[in-house]
Design a protein around this ligand. Structure first.
Ligand SMILES: [Fe+2]
Length: 250
């Protein structure tokens, strides 16, 4: 795989420092320029198999909590719309799939996270996804329920589709609802905007950083491969999540 990716072990220390400071490590040019076209072609081949879902989502990814006031972040709702191609729809010879299953990439991601190892999700649908976002799609402000996400940017939309982050808005001891509310109300001062640059590998810790994907416009879909790794072996997505995201559970 070294012929398709620029996996540079000497960048691990810098990546770890970025994780500590910003909760994100961006590796532009991770996919070599000559390999990018092959990966994009692979993504375009499976993209039509994606299941689309959309509606209203919350910041905390559950139902709105009506024990809080109507204007509280716990009751905020935002639009989302996204398509997802499940792992089992990637052919065996798919370069995206082969990169996801490559052991050295997993070791590299673990090193950036300062972990001994990370494991692929055991979920036959959720382990690897292609996120397909077209005209009008977006992802509402939210915190992740997983410790980290690894994504590979493949194709940019004509307009929008930026990854916007308010780093470390909350922590394990303090929800900091006032700061969350500020971002929801449109204050952009706390934001870091990570433009979508094809070929970039992103390791992102989203449990404490509020983030969204800005609304997309134009005919070209935004294509991002999502690699499902976890600190524990055997991780599965819930049946509910599978039903919503893929329109099926197996
Ligand atoms: Fe997220």
């Amino acid at each position: 795989m070294h012929d398709v990716v620029d996996l540079d072990w000497s960048s691990v220390d810098k990546g770890r420092a970025q994780m500590r400071e910003a909760g994100a490590c961006e590796l532009p040019g991770f996919l070599r320029p000559e390999a990018l076209a092959i990966f994009v072609e692979d993504a375009r081949r499976v993209a039509p198999l994606g299941h689309s879902s959309g509606g209203l989502g919350t910041v905390y990814l559950g139902f709105p909590d009506e024990t809080f006031a109507a204007d509280h972040p716990r009751q905020w709702l935002g639009n989302y719309g996204v398509g997802a191609v499940a792992y089992d729809l990637f052919p065996d010879d798919s370069p995206i799939r082969r990169l996801f299953e490559w052991e050295e990439l997993r070791a590299f991601v673990a090193a950036i996270l300062g972990l001994e190892s990370v494991y692929p999700y055991a979920d036959p649908l959720g382990a690897l996804n292609l996120a397909v976002m077209g005209d009008g799609d977006e992802l509402q402000w939210h915190f992740d329920q997983t410790d980290f996400v690894v994504s590979l940017a493949l194709q940019d939309a004509e307009e929008g589709g930026d990854f916007e982050v308010a780093p470390f808005v909350r922590n394990a001891d303090d929800e900091r609802y006032d700061d969350v509310a500020r971002v929801l109300a449109g204050d952009r001062e706390p934001l870091t905007v990570l433009p979508m640059t094809p070929g970039t590998l992103l390791v992102f810790a989203g449990r404490h950083s509020l983030h969204r994907v800005s609304p997309i416009h134009g005919a070209t879909p935004r294509l991002v491969a999502l690699f499902g790794y976890d600190t524990q072996p055997g991780t599965m997505s819930s049946e509910l999540l599978k039903a919503v995201r893929y329109g099926r559970v197996a």
